[in-house]
Unconditional design. Structure first.
Length: 486
């Protein structure tokens, strides 16, 4: 953690910089599921200790494996068709479905492909899924990952030499900036190349070649709904974070698709696809703690708290982040390691944050739990910090306000005072949200169906995005659509 309090506002959101002090990973008690194998490949891919290590890192970052035989079957069949239609049918692939609500997919140079259940839930037919899988296969076939690694190594060497040898700071900065810009352009070119190759593979496999442009559009609209979420949380990272979508990409994908349009390769396979994703987990897995409105619940660890009015919560891999509308207030909740013999007041005064006003530190009891609080001041933010001991763990609330006020003090106090044990009934009732596929009945509208959605924000917009409907589209009787239920 930065020791400069002026940067502490960034610490509320940049979870990676708090890894040494705030270990939200300990909240995630769900073990990986080694019994759920990755999808069975037709061939064996070559692995190395490095790729095995990266595989384990990916599993840990994305909630482990998601075990669903119906999904495994449809993904396996899709990959087999794509491989057979590619220029390299001898290339082996191994696909893993990740237990993450993020909308993401990526590939390792060896042919290991990863797709999240969040991405699978967003797609509306097999041709859209095939567009993502063929895009990642294209990266493997074009050796993009290996080239990018080599390019990054070369860039790092150039940067180091320029920094060490350059006498003119302006020239040095210009050279490094130019080098980074070249890398960005290189990556953008890779993405467009992978789109073009992927659309061709999907078309040759007789999938609708327009699946790529449709799904790129859906992902872009989904990303807009996620605006404000922490971009540094691996579980929040989506496909567009590493595969930037631009109008150019969508237009290019449409242009390429026109080259392949013909009656025999317009297959979308929508009905079978919707049947396969019916009941898939949507959003967060409760085993890692989850957000419902302004409440955060962790059934495994047995506690809950509620954020103030007008706050939105985001459960990241390292912390629960809350932001007030307008951004004038923020909060962070995480778990920290405090020796049993150290008092919570001493911990707050121990120097992990600068400019703490030790005269304000006081011991408290909150709903029967030992606690302590203090205040601190930065250049642009005022802080109220609480530490609370719950069993063997200590949880930390950090509240930040641009200007200290009666409201900000009340918000901090009421949030901490809402921390309590979950009842047995609440723990038993905690279950994930799921996708339910239903048939549109006479009288149903986008608005009425959206109001049946449970536990999500912006239900109308999310219903449209989830079903690939633009702002003017309406549902039709006997259409099959997705809704979110608990």
């Amino acid at each position: 953690m930065s020791r400069h309090l002026w940067a502490a506002s960034a610490l509320l959101f940049a979870a990676a910089t708090l890894a040494a002090c705030g270990d939200m990973g300990r909240l995630q008690t769900a073990a990986l599921q080694p019994a759920a194998p990755a999808l069975k490949p037709n061939r064996t891919i070559a692995t190395t200790p490095a790729t095995e290590k990266e595989h384990e890192r990916i599993l840990a970052s994305y909630g482990g494996l998601y075990d669903d035989p119906r999904l495994e079957t449809i993904v396996t069949k899709t990959v087999d068709r794509l491989v057979a239609a590619s220029d390299r049918p001898d290339q082996a692939y191994k696909v893993t479905i990740l237990n993450s609500g993020a909308v993401n997919a990526f590939a390792l140079p060896t042919g290991q492909l990863y797709v999240t259940r969040g991405l699978i839930a967003l797609a509306n037919d097999t041709s859209e899924l095939s567009s993502v899988l063929s895009h990642e296969m294209a990266h493997v076939l074009s050796k993009h990952a290996a080239i990018r690694e080599d390019q990054a190594r070369q860039a790092a060497i150039v940067d180091r030499v320029v920094t060490d040898m350059g006498n003119d700071p302006d020239v040095t900065a210009f050279t490094i900036a130019k080098n980074k810009m070249a890398m960005a352009n290189f990556s953008r070119t890779q993405e467009i190349d992978a789109d073009e190759i992927g659309v061709g593979i999907s078309a040759h496999a007789h999938f609708d070649p327009y699946g790529a442009s449709r799904f790129l559009t859906s992902m872009e609209r989904n990303a807009e709904l996620k605006a404000g979420k922490s971009a540094l949380d691996p579980r929040a990272q989506d496909f567009l974070s590493s595969h930037p979508a631009t109008p150019e990409r969508v237009q290019k994908a449409q242009s390429v698709a026109r080259q392949y349009t013909s009656p025999e390769n317009a297959e979308r396979d929508r009905e079978d696809y919707l049947g396969a994703i019916d009941n898939i987990v949507y959003g967060e897995d409760p085993s890692e703690g989850f957000v419902r409105g302004r409440r955060f619940l962790h059934p495994k660890l047995g506690f809950t708290f509620q954020a103030p009015d007008n706050f939105s919560l985001d459960n990241t891999a390292q912390a629960v982040i809350g932001v007030r509308e307008g951004g004038s207030q923020a909060m962070r909740f995480d778990v920290v390691r405090v020796p049993a013999e150290q008092t919570l007041g001493d911990y707050l005064n121990s120097g992990w944050m600068e400019n703490v006003d030790k005269s304000t530190t006081e011991d408290l009891t909150i709903n029967g739990f030992p606690a302590a609080s203090t205040t601190a001041r930065g250049d642009t933010w005022q802080f109220k910090v609480y530490a609370l001991r719950f069993g063997a763990d200590v949880y930390r609330f950090i509240f930040a306000a641009r200007q200290k006020s009666t409201e900000s003090e009340r918000n901090a106090r009421e949030t901490v005072n809402s921390f309590r044990r979950l009842t047995l009934e609440e723990i038993q009732a905690a279950r994930p949200l799921r996708i339910k596929v239903i048939t549109v009945q006479p009288g149903d509208t986008v608005e009425s169906l959206a109001h049946r959605m449970a536990g999500i924000d912006h239900p109308i917009e999310r219903f449209r995005v989830l079903n690939g409907l633009d702002s003017r589209s309406q549902v039709k009787v006997r259409d099959r659509v997705k809704i979110v239920v608990d």
